[in-house]
Every structure is written in C-alpha cells, then in structure tokens.
Design a protein around this ligand. Structure first.
Ligand code: NAP
Ligand code: G4F
Length: 320
C-alpha cells in the first residue's frame, strides 16, 4: 500500500513539531511548509529534519500553497500555522487577521482548487469562547471572542465549516484548549513561568514579572493533543471537536506548583506588572471533551501536575 502523505503548515511551531514526529511514527511521508526567514529557526524539528521534506510557502500567499499542493499531492493537510500569541494580536490586529483568519481561506481554497478530496484539519481555539457563555464549553457553546486573535480564529473556524458544507470537503475544526510542553514558546505564560523558575533556582534571575494571576485555563500536554488532530482526519465523516482535559487551574496555581517543585514560594519572586494585562481578558476556560472521548476514543494521558513538573525539569536542564 502507498504511504500516506501529510502536509503540515506551522511545522516549526510547538504543535507542528510533535505532529510531524507522530505522523512519521504512523508511517507517513511528512511535508512541512516553512516560510522564508533570514535565519533558520528549526530548533523544534532539527532532530527529524532529515526525515521530513521542507518546502517554502506562506499563509499570506495562496499561489505558493497551490504550487506546493500540486507538487507534493498530500492526502491530508494540517493547518497549524498562525500568528498564535493573543497579546500580540492586540498590537497587530490586521496582521493577525490576515494570517490567522484569511490565511485559512487561502489554504482551504488552494485545497479546493488542487484536489477537494484532500482531508483538511484547521487548528481552531478555545479563545473563540472568550467571555464564556456556558461552563464547561462544548461544541455547542456559543462563541464570544475577546481578542483580535480569537476573532480571527472564529473566522477560520466558520470558513472551514463553510467549505465543508459548500464543496463537500472533508474539513474538520479542532477546538483545542491550551496545550503546553517543554517546546512551548517562551512568551506564553506556562513556559515563561517554568523558564523563570529554573533561572531563579540556578541564581540567574531574581524575579518574574506577570500579569493576571487569576485567569484560569484548561491546560493539557501538546503531545497528547496532536493525536486528536490525526484521529479527526481518520473518521467516516468530517466533524468539529473540543479537545481538552476538563480541568481548570489558575495562573497562580501554576506558579505555586512550578516554584514548589524546586522548593521555592512563588510569592517571594512574582511581581505583578500591568504591561502583561490584556485590554480584554478571557477569565475562565474549561472544556468538555466528551464528544472527542466518545467518538474519537481520545483521552489525555498527562496530568496537570505532571505537565508543570515536566516543563520545570526541562528548563532546569536547558538552563544549566
Ligand atoms: P506556534 O508555536 O506559535 O507555531 C506557529 C507556527 O505558524 C510556526 O511554525 C510559524 O512559523 C507558523 N507561521 C506563522 N505565520 C505563518 C505564515 N504567514 N505562513 C506560514 N507559517 C506561518 O503555535 P502552536 O502552539 O504550535 O499552535 C499551533 C496552532 O494551533 C496555531 O494555529 C494556534 O493558533 C493553534 N492553537 C494553539 C493552542 C495552544 O495552546 N498551543 C490552542 C488552540 C489553538 P515560524 O516558526 O516561521 O514563526
Ligand atoms: O499563555 P497565554 O499567553 O495563552 P492564551 O492567551 O490562553 O492563548 C493560548 O491558548 C489559546 C487557547 O485557548 C491558543 F489559541 C493561543 O494560540 C495560545 O496558545 O496566557 C494565558 C493566561 C492569560 O489569561 C494571560 O492574561 O495567562 C495570563 N497571563 C498572566 N501573566 C499571562 C501573563 N500571559 C502571558 N503570556 N504572559 C504573562 O506575563
């Protein structure tokens, strides 16, 4: 039987790197779309670089994606590329809309033009629930985004649904809640905390400046979440799924566990800094993963405490 071939946009990101590893393990040919930059940023994929095919393309340029799809003929496309940092979306709202919102139409349309039989995964987000209209949030909870990023993701979500309904395409939207790992970008709060904990413990830093400690998130492990993306494209019919742990913790609790793991108290090091507050905040996210459990057979394997300590241990090793 011919090998399955998948295209991953955003392969240099946290999720792209884990998904590429997972698909290679499943026997796929993996094509990764990378955008041109003046320096190479392959830290997350250098260990698999010789096993994947990297091709230039950009979500801002539909022609690049049409050519890429024509040249490589994948059977599955995972659209993980985005301007993914919520804080930046407030200072660059138009750019975020172009990449994170309209970018989805460009790649969906490239798929439609080249081969509408290609299966398509869109990386949607719990940020779409924003000012939550129900607790916990499920596939039927109304959306109320609270950032330009959330609004752009909502556009990406609905255009995916629209292409499925208009052109009978196998297009799925995975509504993923926050997922973290030692490969998380340093600007996101979890990695910012675990990296600071390591540096403070090792005597390299003295304090950690944070914003809203009372925000609550449903945090899972990225490696668990990429399995759900793959499962969504292996069903008989395309659908949308919430992927989450069903548990929620505050940023403060994350700090408590991370500092506690190295024998420190977060109150002695965390300084509240107004710069890290957002113009509009998402106060509480907690997802209901029942549909993904039931229909995909998906369950997370790593607990919140295991995730926090894994990230602290990794940052301790990296900062030594
Ligand atoms: P990430 O680490 O920020 O990775 C984003 C990726 O997108 C990077 O590879 C980046 O490339 C690429 N990219 C950005 N702009 C691009 C463009 N114009 N053209 C092509 N590639 C571009 O994000 P992540 O955490 O892995 O998340 C993956 C996806 O899931 C994103 O769409 C994110 O919004 C969504 N999501 C994430 C979470 C989460 O908790 N992690 C939850 C829900 C949804 P460079 O390396 O060149 O910058
Ligand atoms: O780690 P964060 O920046 O993640 P956020 O905004 O929840 O977004 C992440 O998850 C989304 C899924 O819901 C993804 F779609 C998105 O791409 C991204 O991966 O912030 C988490 C919380 C926020 O409430 C923020 O206000 O932490 C709070 N926070 C408090 N102090 C901080 C800080 N966040 C950051 N980044 N930096 C701080 O100093």
């Amino acid at each position: 039987m011919a090998k399955k071939r998948a295209l991953i946009t955003g392969i240099t990101g946290q999720d792209g790197s884990y998904l590429a590893e997972y698909l290679l393990e499943q026997g796929y040919d993996v094509i990764g779309m990378i955008r041109r930059s003046s320096t190479v940023n392959f830290e997350r994929i250098h260990h698999i670089q010789d096993k994947v095919t990297l091709v230039a393309g950009d979500l801002l340029d539909e022609v690049s994606m049409i050519n890429l799809l024509r040249d490589h003929r994948p059977s599955e496309v995972y659209n993980l590329a985005a301007q993914s940092f919520v804080q930046t979306s407030f200072s660059q709202p138009v750019f975020t809309g172009e990449v994170t919102g309209l970018g989805v139409t460009r790649i969906l349309d490239a798929v439609r033009v080249v081969d509408p039989g290609i299966r398509f995964y869109q990386a949607s987000s719990s940020e779409m629930f924003g000012k939550v209209q129900a607790v916990p949030q499920s596939e039927t909870t109304p959306f109320y985004p609270r950032s330009p990023y959330g609004v752009a993701k909502l556009y990406g979500h609905w255009i995916t649904v629209n292409y499925r309904e208009s052109y009978d395409m196998y297009a799925c939207s995975g509504i993923l809640f926050n997922h973290e790992s030692p490969r998380r970008g340093l600007e996101f709060v979890t990695r910012k905390i675990t990296n600071a904990v390591a540096r403070i413990k090792l005597g390299k830093d003295k304090e950690l400046r944070l914003g809203n400690l009372d925000a609550k998130r449903d945090w899972g492990y990225a490696k668990d979440y990429v399995r759900a993306m793959h499962l969504m494209l292996q069903q008989n019919t395309p659908d949308d799924y919430v992927v989450s742990t069903g548990e929620t913790y505050s940023v403060r609790r994350f700090c408590e566990i991370a500092f506690g793991h190295v024998g420190l108290k977060y109150e002695d090091y965390v300084v509240i800094d107004e710069r890290f507050y957002r113009p509009a905040e998402v106060e509480l996210l907690v997802g209901d993963p029942a549909k993904a459990n039931r229909e995909l057979g998906w369950k997370p394997e790593v607990t919140f405490e295991q995730l926090v300590t894994m990230m602290v241990e990794s940052d301790l090793a990296a900062n030594k």
